[in-house]
Design a protein around this ligand. Structure first.
Ligand SMILES: [Ca+2]
Ligand SMILES: [Ca+2]
Ligand SMILES: [Ca+2]
Ligand SMILES: [Ca+2]
Length: 156
């Protein structure tokens, strides 16, 4: 009988799972929507228009155009200008009437919303086509209100 050789079975102790508690805490990405006065208007936007970052601004209407700042923010209009697009109609009135407060010529017929008899239709129905030779001021092709097929000045 041989003395059993005691094999040194090195039972390795479990390596201590010493995971370094590295800084997994993300720094909050607050810059996107910092809203210190919690009025749901980003500080950035309020700052741009010189609105208070302390007092809630959502319900205020500094330019008295019928839109409070929350509505202006959503519409993309200027809370400091009653008539953002400068067509003679207040932002609030334009939205009420289904006009684009960011376009001075919603139906793109060459007549600004303020002077257009029917600002939502290129033809004002008076028998007189809106599409006169009046100077068509701006023709930004990037207008998003381009879903009106009626304003196509095709030949008759
Ligand atoms: Ca306003
Ligand atoms: Ca405005
Ligand atoms: Ca306007
Ligand atoms: Ca027009």
């Amino acid at each position: 009988m041989r003395p059993a050789k005691i094999a040194v079975t090195a039972v390795l102790a479990l390596a201590a799972l010493a995971l370094p508690a590295s800084a997994t805490a993300k720094s909050h990405g607050t810059r996107a929507k910092l809203d210190r006065n919690r009025d749901s208007l980003p500080d950035k936007w309020e700052k741009r228009y010189g609105l208070s970052l302390k007092v809630k601004q959502a319900k205020k209407d500094q330019d008295r155009d019928g839109l409070n700042n929350r509505q202006e923010y959503k519409a993309g209009t200027n809370p400091r200008r009653a008539d953002t697009d400068g067509d003679g109609l207040k932002d609030g009135d334009e939205l009420k009437e289904g006009l684009n407060p960011l376009s001075d010529d919603t139906d793109d017929d060459g007549f600004s919303d303020g002077e257009d008899a029917d600002p939502t239709t290129a033809d004002d129905g008076s028998g007189d086509d809106d599409l006169s030779d009046e100077d068509v001021g701006d023709d930004d092709s990037g207008d998003d209100l381009s879903d009106d097929p009626a304003d196509d000045p095709a030949d008759e």
